[in-house]
Design a binder for this molecule. Structure first.
Ligand SMILES: Cc1cc2nc3c(=O)[nH]c(=O)nc-3n(C[C@H](O)[C@H](O)[C@H](O)COP(=O)(O)OP(=O)(O)OC[C@H]3O[C@@H](n4cnc5c(N)ncnc54)[C@H](O)[C@@H]3O)c2cc1C
Length: 389
């Protein structure tokens, strides 16, 4: 068993870490104070991502991406997870479902997205369709050469930074025909209803949209009619790995800050780390990260070894569940160790605390991950999680 990271993996992690320290961390308070990344700073940041060699982190070289393994992506995303305010999203990850597009779609959407010339957002969720996508009401009806989309979408992340939307709709309103459509912005009949505020202060927005008979050319169906959920499943695996990586990175930064603070903060005549209550918290934090990170690298490595697709889904759920909940526990302790300072918005641990809460909700809630895991155990036995394969 060789658990050593390769020289290339270490070098990629160092590259991502450098970008985080040099470019992204200085923007954290800008986003916090402004409410999002100011529009006038976005083009320059995109250029910095390209110059740092970070464009197209999750796609093959053939499609204009970096052609990285899952473990290589993971060690980089872990570093990106250190930043607050969702600034990791500045290093774009074009939706993985685009690789199932036609040659023309890859040319028009995927390749320019890898280079940061275009950006897509993903619209599945609706007012009555969250964990249960069969409740989606957005329908697609074919008339002549166009599909016509009608419905409303919620929580569309990075809508205001995107120039196209991947919309999940039911053909003829039939939940057995979930289908993805590529919708270019602006489009007649597409209305931006609002972008509400959320617990975190994020780099871009989370929009609510209305589609009122929005015409989409036939050529803009992504994949096959009825294949929408299959394509989204692949996206979920990647997104769950990404969340696991980010939450491990976020927990690590919070633990480092808490450790340094505990050594320098003096109360009752001694550094607070000399109180066992504090040092035991630090010990628990370190062990939590140690375990989660080991699990993260293992699953990423297994994906690179072409582990069976069903096992990958099963393990990605467990990983997302464990790492996101671990980060919640660790960062909560970091806030506690920093006392009142940990509650100040100008302090990274306060922002990390708010930022990582959503990781237990989006891309499948913790409860849905448990449903998936329990279903796997029922179908295939405990060994799905307890065997070393
Ligand atoms: C900041 C943010 C950004 C987002 N970005 C996007 C985006 O870009 N695109 C997009 O399409 N969506 C996005 N979402 C939506 C996100 O994926 C959903 O919020 C999530 O899937 C949960 O759906 P819901 O909020 O409707 O909760 P619900 O599904 O209504 O769940 C409510 C509660 O019930 C529980 N529950 C539901 N079903 C079960 C069950 N079977 N067993 C046990 N418990 C259950 C849930 O776990 C939860 O605790 C975003 C959400 C947020 C908060």
């Amino acid at each position: 068993m060789d658990l050593e990271l390769s020289a290339r993996e270490k070098q990629l992690a160092a590259k991502a870490r450098d970008f985080v320290e040099r470019v992204l961390i200085p923007l954290e308070n800008v986003v916090e104070e402004h409410g999002e990344l100011p529009v006038e700073r976005r083009a320059a940041l995109r250029q910095q991502v390209r110059e740092a060699g970070l464009a197209g982190i999750n796609h093959s070289a053939e499609h204009g991406g970096l052609g990285l393994t899952m473990l290589e992506q993971t060690v980089m995303e872990e570093q990106l997870g250190r930043v607050t305010n969702g600034l990791w999203t500045a290093v774009w990850r074009p939706p993985v479902s685009l690789k199932f597009g036609t040659i023309e779609q890859k040319k028009r959407y995927l390749q320019p997205s890898c280079q940061g010339e275009r950006r897509g957002c993903f619209a599945i969720t609706e007012a009555d369709a969250g964990s249960d996508p069969r409740q989606v009401k957005t329908s697609a009806v074919l008339r002549g050469d166009n599909w016509y989309l009608t419905g409303e979408k919620w929580f569309v992340t990075s809508y205001n930074a995107s120039d196209f939307i991947i919309v999940h709709a039911h053909v003829d309103g039939d939940p057995d025909k979930p289908t993805l459509f590529l919708v270019d912005k602006p489009a007649e009949g597409l209305t931006h209803l609002r972008s509400p505020k959320f617990m975190h202060t994020y780099t871009f927005d989370h929009a609510e949209l209305r589609f009122d008979n929005v015409a989409v050319p036939k050529a803009n169906v992504l994949g096959e009619i009825g294949q929408g959920l299959d394509l989204t499943k692949d996206w979920f695996v990647e997104a769950r790995l990404q969340i696991a990586s980010h939450t491990v990175g976020a927990a690590t930064r919070a633990a480092e800050i808490a450790n340094a603070y505990a050594a320098e903060r003096v109360q009752f005549g001694k550094p607070i780390r000399d109180f066992q209550a504090i040092e035991f918290m630090l010990a628990d934090m370190a062990v939590e990260i140690f375990a989660a990170k080991t699990m993260l690298y293992r699953v990423a490595w297994e994906i690179d070894q072409a582990l069976d697709r069903k096992m990958v889904h099963a393990r990605a759920s467990a990983l997302k569940l464990h790492c996101s909940e671990m980060a919640g526990r660790v960062i909560d302790k970091a806030v506690q160790i920093l006392g009142g300072r940990g509650y100040m918005r100008e302090n990274p641990v306060e922002r990390l605390y708010r930022d990582i809460r959503v990781d237990r909700i989006w891309e499948g809630t913790s409860e849905i991950q448990r449903v998936v895991i329990a279903g796997q155990i029922r179908k295939r036995g405990m060994s799905v999680y307890t065997d070393w394969v």
